[in-house]
Design a protein around this ligand. Structure first.
Ligand code: GNR
Ligand code: NI
Length: 185
């Protein structure tokens, strides 16, 4: 098991379009396990492989209240079952600390494979439907901030760019402190 680092907006690697999984095997199952561990640790209710810099069409989701219903979706696709949309205040582990309303189809048909290659075909609504659409966007290089106004998106981008600069500075400072400490010992 392993915690995987999560890419953050505006990292260009989040814009890559993921490719289909050709064969569901132990590597796929290990990736799904690591993604679930990373998702629960974050914590989050979904995670797409693109977010951990693996550009294959694998998604994990758990929208249960107790976090005891892990779902693995390989090569997922969906179709709307109604024109009705629902607005939900979305967040994203790749856009930490920012939330905004996004309108999505309220009822969809999901098709995918699970981690054992079994076919999944089910209808989804509510938070599950929101999450599936959010995760499928990731696999196609799209983020929820793309649905917001340019002004909002730019504001989020600038704040996250500053956060990343500050984190890089802190890491450099810590590394220097450690070297100084070792030189004095
Ligand atoms: O943890 C998450 N919460 C969430 C809330 C509303 C709509 C979508 C999501 S998905 C998000 C985890 C994530 O970034 N998945 O890609
Ligand atoms: Ni996300």
């Amino acid at each position: 098991m392993a915690l995987l680092p999560i890419l953050e907006f505006p990292d260009p690697r989040l814009r890559k379009v993921a490719v289909d999984v050709v064969q569901i095997n132990d590597d796929t199952r290990q990736l799904a396990k690591d993604m679930l561990e990373t998702m629960y640790h974050a914590p989050g209710i979904g995670l797409a492989a693109s977010q951990v810099n693996v550009h294959q069409r694998v998604v994990v989701i758990d929208v249960s209240e107790d976090g005891d219903d892990p779902r693995v979706l390989v090569n997922p696709s969906w179709e709307p079952l109604t024109d009705e949309v629902q607005s939900y205040q979305e967040g994203c582990l790749s856009v930490p600390e920012f939330y905004d309303d996004v309108a999505r189809h309220s009822k969809i048909q999901l098709c995918a494979f699970d981690e054992n290659g079994e076919t999944i075909s089910e209808q989804a609504e509510g938070l599950f439907a929101v999450c599936i659409q959010h995760e499928l966007d990731h696999l196609n290089g799209k983020l929820f901030v793309d649905y917001l106004s340019r002004v909002k998106r730019d504001r989020i981008r600038k704040k996250l760019e500053k956060k990343h600069r500050d984190e890089a500075k802190d890491a450099l400072y810590e590394a220097r402190a450690k070297i100084d400490e070792e030189a004095q010992a």
